[in-house]
Design a protein around this ligand. Structure first.
Ligand code: ADE
Length: 263
């Protein structure tokens, strides 16, 4: 399998985000401009694109990074944010076709695990993305079970993660906010520290198209604390989205125009 190129300078980044509430702080912080009709996507697509620049802040480099934030938009019928994997995969594919980025980031909020040191407001970068609800028996052809889990590796960026003060670990995806006992067992066996609803779908598209990919997720709720997820999620959505904005900005400032392999 050909791996994504991490030795090219990062000049253009696509940030894919599911919820408008998660995207708003970053759009406002950087004054990103909304694309007007006709937008960059096929007419009728729900995604909404915003573009702008971020100044790099490395010692030896004063340059700009082109940033396209793509919000998955709202469902035509239910008017809610297009969360979960179907919209995430479509948005990622369409954004790569439209903007040809050097890096895609799936940014958003997520559940953390208290038993693994997770706290509300922590921000994590992915080392790997997996699915915890795609249970497919091996079959006669061999690798269907592992295909189901996904195992999409992110480029190694531990120096970058230390520089911006974020944690790193396995990010696990399903289409549900809650999880079953077997979902939990699978997340534990994969060593997942983050549970969310989009990253693995974006990662699969990026792996297929050989575009480097990182998930960056801010914790709104603790999966193993025995509290109702939805209530905790909405109580912390605003503060977690603000923390996400800060870390995403710092990450892009440090990345500007340098290859990912530098980290
Ligand atoms: N997004 C925020 N919290 C989540 C959780 N616990 N599970 C899935 N997605 C989430």
């Amino acid at each position: 399998m050909n791996l994504p190129t991490v030795s090219a300078p990062v000049r253009c980044v696509v940030v894919v985000i599911a919820m408008e509430e998660e995207a708003r702080p970053f759009i406002e912080k950087h004054g990103l401009k909304k694309h007007q009709e006709p937008g960059p996507f096929v007419s009728g697509s729900p995604m909404v694109a915003y573009s702008g620049q971020i100044n790099s802040c490395t010692d030896d480099n004063q340059s700009h990074l082109r940033v396209h934030l793509v919000w998955n938009g709202r469902d035509q019928k239910y008017k809610v944010n297009n969360v979960a994997t179907t919209a995430a995969a479509v948005a990622t594919y369409a954004s790569i076709a439209a903007f040809h980025p050097d890096l895609v980031v799936s940014a958003g909020t997520a559940g953390g695990f208290g038993e693994l040191g997770g706290n509300i407001g922590d921000v994590y970068a992915s080392t790997k993305c997996v699915y915890h609800n795609r249970r497919i028996p091996e079959g006669e052809t061999g690798d269907l079970e592992e295909y189901g889990f996904g195992h999409y590796r992110s480029p190694p960026i531990s120096a970058l993660a230390s520089a911006i003060g974020i944690k790193q670990g396995v990010v696990s995806t399903s289409d549900s906010l809650e999880c079953t006992a077997s979902d939990l067992q699978l997340m534990r066996s994969e060593g997942a520290v983050v549970k969310e609803m989009e990253a693995a779908a974006c990662a699969w598209v990026c792996q297929s198209l050989r575009v480097p990919f990182i998930a960056l997720k801010s914790i709104t709720d603790i999966v193993d604390a025995g509290r109702p997820t939805e209530k905790e999620f909405y109580a912390n959505l605003h503060s977690a989205s603000s923390a996400l904005q800060g870390k995403l900005t710092h990450m892009l400032q440090l990345l500007g125009q340098q290859p990912l392999s530098r980290w």
